[in-house]
Design a protein around this ligand. Sequence first.
Ligand code: PLP
Length: 362
Amino acid sequence: MSKTTVAARPKPRPAIQRMAPYVPPTGGRRGKLRLDFNENTIGCSARVAALLARISSEPDFFAVYPEYTQARPKIAAWLGLKPEQLLLTNGTDEAIHCLINTYVDPGDEVLVPWPTYSMYQFYTELAGAVPRRILYRVPDLAFPLDELLSAINENTRAILLANPNNPTGGAIGLATIEKILARAGDAAVLVDEAYFEFFDVTALDLLEAYPNLFVSRTFSKTYGMAGFRVGCLLSQAENIALVAKGQSPYSVNSLAAACAMEAIEDQEFIRNYVAEVLAARQDIAAGLDRLGGAHYRSKANFVLAQFGDSMSNVCAGLRETGILIRDRGHEIPGAARITAGTREQAATLLAALEDVLAKVRQ
Ligand SMILES: Cc1ncc(COP(=O)(O)O)c(C=O)c1O
């Protein structure tokens, strides 16, 4: 060993130095009523659980590196696309990461209507690029279309849109998306359809006409498979071939790929769950009206409620009863996001909320 070598701490890239750590409050959630992360609140389909049990008894299944020769064409066909138009990803998060890695250089601008899903800013900053927040309009949190269109410039390399949006719950229609695509030029436009099943409007039909359009889907929300980390990125085949160049060849594990294929077979489970969520969302909205909690109109599986100065106490009070909702006060003062699951869960929530509000307002 050379005596002159002095070990030193490696210097992180400036992008990492600038970033604040992102630590989601995900500890100790099992066993509680999880209305905080917009997950499916009852678990995945029984068909997926049965497949898992079968696979667990085949140790050889895990000995083989993942291959997507079945999953890719099957999921693509189910979406009405060619296999070359689909990239299987480790959740939507990896889809966002791969998209940014492909099109965004340090110093470039990425436009994000704000507030929105925090990983858009995370991966933009990780790339050393500049997230430009286009603020949702106050007080109704309407989509800032004109502001977004006029913010597009020659440095804009990507525009990231959640539709419906998290945490506001609002959604935009295809005509609005087309206006953005037409103005975006060669900037990549992502329409993140994580909550598609609750809204039922998709930009997939625009893929053929717009070479700058990307759509993402996930198995994390409606499908109850957030722990598997599986989603997909969809675009024209030429784009997907480019994005795939920057992806690890095995980032979606074999189990996740097999379960995603099984999950799409059980559309009855999805239909029933979506119907239940829409009814629960309606109950939560009506309950909030009754209890004097303002809320925003939602097209997703959650409701953004406005508790004003009481918000932290409301979240803490519910937590004491084993019910988790998500404090969004750092983005929208006084707001908390409540996931809609089943009607029974909504009733449990509203009963607890009534008690908590009575104490908080004393
Ligand atoms: C808009 C949006 N996209 C993506 C995700 C996460 O998706 P995934 O679990 O597939 O990474 C979320 C989760 O909250 C979200 O709100």
